[in-house]
Write a protein that binds this ligand. Structure first.
Ligand code: DCM
Length: 143
């Protein structure tokens, strides 16, 4: 019998899910500029992070936004779609509503901006976040 450890990679390897929040306030969407790692620094994203084993995506989103931004949020609907990141990673996005706190770039980010629909193109989004942001824009009021 073949040793499992010597088998080639399985065709259906589990993927790491990264959850991000489309956080709305007053008709604007929150964008966060990454400060790390170096290859992503300076690019903008919907803030979030990796799901931990056994964690629901909503719980991961609440945890990540508390750690990264110092806020409490209430997750809402999942934004339809799933976007590939680096190999083995996918991005899924939930809408989120700010419950308490004012977002501050505590971890992994060095700047935050609230963007209206007409301002969405004013920042250099990570390529993989662009389709997610286009979907997230559908929850914003028309200009
Ligand atoms: N990531 C991304 N877009 C997001 C959130 C995260 O491309 N909106 C990527 C950056 C990292 C990985 O997911 O490669 C894990 O994110 P973090 O380092 O924030 O946990």
């Amino acid at each position: 019998m073949t040793e499992r450890t010597t088998e080639p990679a399985a065709p259906h390897e589990p993927v790491v899910v990264v959850v991000a929040g489309a956080l709305y306030d007053g008709g604007r969407l929150l964008a966060a500029r990454r400060s790390a790692p170096v290859e992503l620094a300076g690019r903008w994203e919907l803030p979030g992070g990796k799901l931990e084993p056994g964690e629901s995506p909503e719980a991961a989103l609440v945890r990540e936004l508390r750690e990264e931004l110092g806020v409490d949020v209430e997750p809402g609907e999942r934004i339809p779609g799933e976007w590939p990141l680096k190999p083995g990673y996918v991005l899924r996005v939930w809408t989120a509503r700010l419950l308490s706190g004012e977002p501050r770039p505590l971890e992994d980010h060095d700047e935050l901006r609230w963007l209206s629909r007409s301002e969405l193109d004013s920042v250099d989004w990570l390529d993989q976040d662009r389709p997610a942001v286009a979907e997230a824009a559908r929850w914003l009021p028309a200009p």
